[in-house]
Design a protein around this ligand. Structure first.
Ligand code: FES
Ligand code: FES
Length: 211
C-alpha cells in the first residue's frame, strides 16, 4: 500500500460503516476505549446516534485543535481527513491490524476504534509528534537502524505501539516486547527486525535518559 491508498480514503467512513457495525468493533477494542475515555458503552452509543456536528477540542502532539465533527466520527478520520495528519494509516479499520495506532495519554490505542470525542480532554500523540525538528525520535531511529520495515505501511503503527510500550515499561523483557507489539500486524513479515528495533529503541532511550 502507498499514498495512492491514502488518496482513496477521502470519503466519510461514517457513510460506509453502520452504527451497529462501529459499536461492535468498539466492543472488540473495549480495553482501549475504556482507558481512553470516561464514556460508558451506553454514552458511546448515544453519541453515535446523534448525527448533529458538534464542537470538539483535541490536543494533538501538544497543539490544540478546534473542530466541528459529527459525534460518531472516529479519531482516525479526524486525524487524516480533517487535520491532514496522514502519518496515521488506515488498515482494517476494525481493530485488527494496528496500522492506525496512536497514543492517548501515553498508551497505544487504535484510532479507528476511538471516537474523536473520546479523545477530548486527553493528550493524543501521533507519529508526527515523535519527530523533533529534523531529528527522528529514538524509536524511529531504531527502526531505521534495524531495517525494521519493507513496504513501510505498518511502520507508523508499529512505531507508536513500541513508543507506548517503552513509555510504560523502560526495560521490557523479550516476552513483554512480543506481547506489547502483538496488536500490530505486518503483512511483509518483518517481525524479527521489528523486535530488534524495539529492543534497540529501549537501549537508545536509556542512553539519552528519556527512559
Ligand atoms: S486500521 Fe485500526 S486496527 Fe486496523
Ligand atoms: S506491512 Fe510492509 S513493512 Fe509491515
Amino acid at each position: 500500500m502507498n499514498e495512492d491508498h491514502d488518496l482513496k480514503r477521502t470519503d466519510d467512513p461514517c457513510s460506509r460503516v453502520s452504527r451497529r457495525g462501529f459499536l461492535e468493533s468498539v466492543g472488540v477494542g473495549m480495553t482501549g476505549i475504556a482507558v481512553a475515555s470516561n464514556l460508558s458503552a451506553q454514552d458511546a452509543e448515544e453519541l453515535t446516534e446523534d448525527a448533529e456536528p458538534k464542537k470538539l477540542s483535541l490536543v494533538i502532539n501538544g497543539r490544540k485543535h478546534m473542530l466541528i465533527v459529527e459525534p460518531r466520527t472516529n479519531l482516525l478520520y479526524v486525524l487524516r481527513e480533517k487535520l491532514g495528519m496522514t502519518g496515521t494509516k488506515p488498515g482494517c479499520e476494525r481493530g485488527e491490524c494496528g496500522a492506525c495506532t496512536v497514543l492517548i495519554d501515553d498508551k497505544s490505542r487504535y484510532s479507528c476504534l476511538t471516537l474523536a470525542f473520546e479523545a477530548d480532554g486527553h493528550d493524543v500523540t501521533t507519529i508526527e509528534g515523535l519527530v523533533h525538528g529534523e531529528k527522528l525520535g529514538v524509536v524511529q531511529q531504531a527502526f531505521l537502524e534495524k531495517d525494521a520495515f519493507q513496504c513501510g505501511y505498518c511502520t507508523p503503527g508499529q512505531i507508536m505501539a513500541a513508543e507506548g510500550l517503552l513509555r510504560s515499561n523502560h526495560d521490557p523483557s523479550d516476552e513483554e516486547i512480543r506481547e506489547g507489539m502483538s496488536g500490530n500486524l505486518c503483512r511483509c513479515g518483518a517481525y524479527q527486525h521489528i523486535f530488534k528495533a524495539v529492543r534497540r529503541a529501549a537501549e537508545l532511550k536509556k542512553e539519552e535518559g528519556s527512559a
